[in-house]
Unconditional design. Sequence first.
Length: 405
Amino acid sequence: MISYSVVVQEEEKKIVGAYGISDQKTFNVTFTQELYDTLENLNMRLNGVTTMTDAQEIMIAVNDALSAQPVRNFSDLTYGFVVKSNLTGKHHLAINGVIITQAVLPKAFVLDLEYAHSKGLNLLPMVKFMLLAIKRALRFGNTDISKWLSMQYNYLNKEFVDPIAYKSFIEKGFSEKIAAQKATVRQTPFTSEGLVLMKKVVSPIDDRYKFVYENGEVKAVLRDGITPSVNEFTGELSFEDTRYAEELHFEPVIMRKNGDPFYSGSTLGHIVKVGKVTKLERWDQVNIDPYASCVPGLHVGNQDYIKSFENDSSVTLNVIVSPLDIGTVAINQSEDVMRVRQYFPTSIKGREETNKHFYHPSVYAKQTEADWVDTLEEIINSIQENHKEYSSSLNTKVDVLALMI
């Protein structure tokens, strides 16, 4: 007897069934039209045989046809960028016919891709992020790249209830439970360039005055944008500050002027400014041990992180971080901190209208655009097992230039 049918398993077309005379052997193989036609012909021949010898010969032919099928280590391409190992059940990125076998994709990432794909959303921002994160892991030679990737992505995948959206839904008459569900969003969004949007809590510096050298002496003068006003009855002096966010000066809310100095634009010190890249000089100034606490590095974080440090006198900045600059997330701290080498402050949280300029993430991404050009080449060259024989079976190829848009 030969029984078989064509089914789709996890978006891959398969032929499943059984064959045999007394003992049935089951099979589950990748669909090919040639194999399907062969089984059809053998089944028709079996219906016409009258001797056991002829039936056994046909069973041998079925076994030979199934055994001749090439063993495929990976599934067909899914979501345009992902394959699944038939040996381990793990998922990997597949770009331009090359499978990045060194990095197992985090489960949460695959689920997010699946959800985004089902909703018809653009998958490129997530794929760009993961490519850059893999490149960063390969540069550092992480002994367990997949574990490191999972640590970072699980951190970025956290959600929170947006208080503004929650209030809006309550005002519209939704119950507290439904309002909370509708207002639940990702803490750390991706940009279209694969960068991530983080937060940095800082303290404003009283910089109304600046020092100048004039007529042979040092004088303190008011900065542009600050207008003094005197109360005619009390003599009390007050100031109106109309400066843009880029003209303000901040320092880290915890470390202040302590710790390693860092650059804000071209200025080395402990000052943070909107519109200026904040960067440490060297990577050895960033502790990349995820189990270490209160160690060097520029600290940024998600909503869970900033709620530990925000207060009436602090300011929270919106900052952009490239995966290439992530040292690690700290997995044993209640602060949920991420340590990085550099970040780009784009605005003051809740006060974007005070910006003089609008900073699109693509502006910051251009600083690493040259890195983007060789990202795929560097990854591919570092992979020992690239499964060239598999490349011809991929029905989707990604244009490197398209990934850079």
